[in-house]
Design a protein around this ligand. Structure first.
Ligand SMILES: Nc1ncnc2c1ncn2[C@@H]1O[C@H](COP(=O)(O)OP(=O)(O)OP(=O)(O)O)[C@@H](O)[C@H]1O
Ligand SMILES: [Mg+2]
Length: 257
């Protein structure tokens, strides 16, 4: 069950390269829910995430962190940096640091934990993200496989135990088993820690397995055309959304002619 509202997105427009990608986006992210963001490649999913975490300032609209009764503009003076963990699409880690150093950095910046405590936390988060091998901690990011780098980036996003975790295509390029394990991790984070997760994904299996709600960004309409439980949208949503959720297999009845 989703809890209190953590983040409110109001009348948000997304721009990139002088073009308006999306307009009039309105939705909340609630504690303990998995909100999937879907849409065709280039519709603005990664751009939306950058706006939600405060990296990109909107030309129109607002993103507000509303947890604990205080409204904080994500782009204002007191941004919720510690409250939002993020793993980018490319899973970027600092290449000049070991994996362990990458993970311990947020603790160094934001907490008073000493080195042994930081190290314990980092090893714990690596194991949580499915990288229990002790050698991974001392490896350089370049020594890891693409899938391991993605999981290490997720481990880093978890270091401060954020109430909101944003994952941009975490399972892209992973083998099916690793991808299924990642789905398990998402479900466990939500269930055991009450973490809210905003998940950009193209993987339908993963979507139906973990997402409570789906926000569909339409690349042609330049706005969200659906927000709701994935199974409901697959069966009763707008035609474009049903097509997306069935990989084009189901031609919507009223549009069949
Ligand atoms: N910094 C930028 N400068 C210019 N154009 C950009 C920039 N960032 C994104 N774009 C453009 O904005 C559009 C949306 O990009 P975005 O990365 O948000 O799409 P996406 O929905 O995440 O796509 P994908 O599913 O392929 O990851 C694309 O056409 C992209 O080329
Ligand atoms: Mg993207």
């Amino acid at each position: 069950m989703a809890g209190e509202v953590l983040m409110r997105v109001e009348e948000l427009s997304l721009h990139a390269g002088g073009r308006e990608l999306q307009r009039g986006l309105n939705f909340d992210v609630c504690a303990g829910e998995v909100l999937a963001i879907c849409g065709a490649s280039g519709c603005g999913k990664s751009t939306l995430l950058r706006h939600m975490i405060g990296l990109q300032v909107p030309q129109q609209g607002r993103v507000t962190w509303v947890a604990n009764g205080a409204d904080r503009d994500v782009h204002g003076d007191d941004p919720p940096q510690r409250e939002i963990g993020v793993a980018f699409q490319a899973g970027a880690l600092w290449s000049s640091m070991t994996v362990g150093e990458n993970l311990m950095l947020p603790l160094e910046l934001y907490t008073d934990l000493d080195l042994p405590q930081r190290e314990r936390q980092a090893r714990f988060k690596l194991a949580l993200a499915g990288l229990p091998d002790a050698a991974t901690f001392d490896a350089e990011p370049a020594q890891l496989s693409g899938g391991m780098r993605k999981r290490a980036a997720i481990a880093r996003a978890l270091m401060l135990d954020p109430p909101l975790l944003c994952l941009d295509e975490p399972s892209a390029g992973l083998d099916p088993l690793t991808s299924a394990r990642l789905d398990d991790l998402i479900v466990r984070l939500k269930r055991d820690l009450g973490t809210a997760i905003v998940l950009v994904t193209h993987e339908l299996e993963s979507l139906f397995a973990v997402a409570d709600r789906l926000l569909f960004l339409d690349v042609e309409a330049h706005t969200a055309t659906a927000l709701g439980p994935p199974a409901e949208l697959r069966d009763h949503g707008p035609a474009g959304v049903r097509e997306f959720l069935t990989r084009g297999a189901a031609v919507p009845e009223e549009n069949a002619a």
